[in-house]
Ligand binder design. Structure first.
Ligand code: ZN
Length: 449
């Protein structure tokens, strides 16, 4: 079974055209548009779903911050689950707010076993010494289905570091599994662990982005370099990484992050490259990141990390969320900015028209035509809509709203891996007045159950 990226225009049209023909959340004939109504907090992140042999498997954060899983059988149009796949150490202490750092990531190995990693926010000293960073909470946990393609029973595999957070699985065309994460709290290296035996054993963590103490200031005598990163499958057995820089201050800690960076991990050659094909030396420090991998220096502007996707020529396009710091811990509302590599240089598109505070997915149809599937608030109304550019990101227009709901916030996963047109992305809704809900969305709108 070969991994295939969703990069085909027809697939995309098949996905969006019916979607934009008008879809509502209406309930009829005892069916619902959602498949689960027990998500907790911001329940989905990154790679949370995969299609495999006629079934789309999805995972999300459920009650008590535990990992939940459900499966949609395409031929019979039926759902299985949700089941609890694993128990988090977080989410049990009612005096703490919802953590949201241990949201689950899912991958299916070449034998059909389903793997989920979840529950980490850097771990605690009780778990032992963290050689690559510091501590915060939780424990990164790996569970696997007891039987292939069966989500009803699970077991823990004690074969990865407990000090992970922001865990993300990526499967290569050759079946190798890569688990990317931050090895602890803010002052921790970004690492990966590799498995060549369907997740039964993993290599020791390899640091690829280095955290280290740097020059402090009078207000913040201790400052560490730190990183936020997004990982995606590139061409062949490549992983593409877009990231930003976190100025990790002490004692006056805040969410200050800057800049946009990009690099590529050729897992066949076990080498890392910048966009021009220049070789990088691991672990990458702030100095090397600045000199070799910088897409854009945002100056005083604060950033949140977006995603990277490739166009048909293999050139990367990147999103970044950028705005003034407004004195809040994590900065104010940000504008989504689109970047692309032009063959010779990085171009920061004007990105006009996109809603403030939007976030979501991107698909590059051609070098001029870019679609974004975005979630954002218009006043009190949560909206998920397709925005389209036909001028290489200079301007975007709203093509069609496909969901709009008063009082709701919507979270989007990344596109489901190897997705079928009818089941492309997981959408989670959080409403102050009602239970949250989780939806699987594709060319026919919401997959009902
Ligand atoms: Zn920090």
């Amino acid at each position: 079974m070969k991994y295939k990226q969703l990069k085909n225009y027809k697939t995309f049209l098949a996905f969006f055209i019916p979607m934009i023909c008008g879809i509502t959340f209406a309930k009829s004939n005892n069916t619902t548009n959602y498949f689960a109504q027990n998500p907790l907090g911001n329940p989905v992140t990154g790679n949370s779903g995969e299609y495999y042999n006629g079934v789309t498997y999805v995972t999300y954060q459920g009650p008590l911050e535990d990992a939940y899983v459900a499966a949609y059988h395409h031929e019979t149009k039926t759902w299985v689950g949700p089941f609890k796949a694993g128990t988090s150490l977080m989410g049990k202490d009612t005096s703490r707010k919802i953590d949201n750092h241990g949201k689950p990531t899912l991958v299916i190995d070449e034998k059909g076993y389903i793997h989920i990693v979840f529950g980490g926010h850097g771990g605690t000293p009780e778990l032992g010494k963290n050689p690559l960073g510091n501590y915060h909470y939780g424990k990164q946990i790996h569970v696997v289905s007891k039987k292939p393609l069966d989500i009803s029973s699970w077991e823990v595999l004690d074969n990865i570091s407990p000090f992970g957070t922001y865990s993300q699985f990526i499967k290569m065309d050759n079946g190798d599994l890569y688990l990317f994460y931050r090895h602890g709290a803010h002052r921790s290296d970004r690492v990966y662990q590799k498995s060549v035996d369907n997740g039964r054993t993993f290599s020791a963590p390899v640091s690829y982005l280095k955290t280290k103490q740097t020059k402090g200031t009078k207000e913040n005598p201790i400052i560490h370099d730190s990183w936020y990163a997004h990982h995606a499958k590139g061409q062949n057995n490549d992983v593409i990484v877009s990231y930003n820089y976190h100025v990790c201050k002490g004692p006056n800690h805040d969410g200050e992050r800057h800049n946009v960076y990009y690099m590529r991990f050729d897992t066949d050659a076990n080498e890392w490259y910048n966009v021009k094909g220049g070789k990088l030396t691991l672990p990458i420090t702030k100095e090397q990141a600045d000199s070799s991998t910088l897409v854009y220096n945002t100056g005083d502007m604060w950033t949140h990390n977006g995603i990277a996707r490739l166009d048909t020529k293999g050139n990367p396009h990147i999103t970044s969320y950028e705005g003034e710091h407004e004195g809040k811990t994590h900065g104010g509302a940000k504008s989504i900015i689109h970047y692309y590599w032009s063959d010779t240089e990085w171009v920061r598109s004007k990105s006009k028209g996109l809603p403030i505070g939007a976030s979501g997915e991107m698909q590059i149809i051609s070098s001029n035509e870019i679609n974004m599937l975005l979630s954002y608030k218009e006043g009190n109304v949560g909206e998920v809509a397709l925005w389209k550019s036909t001028d290489r990101g200079e301007s975007f227009i709203k093509n069609k709203i496909f969901n709009s709901e008063k009082g709701s916030n919507f979270d989007l996963s990344n596109f489901i891996i190897n997705a079928k047109p009818e089941a492309q992305i997981i959408v989670a809704a959080k409403n102050n007045k009602a239970n949250g809900k989780v939806y699987l969305v594709g060319k026919n709108g919401f997959i009902k159950r």
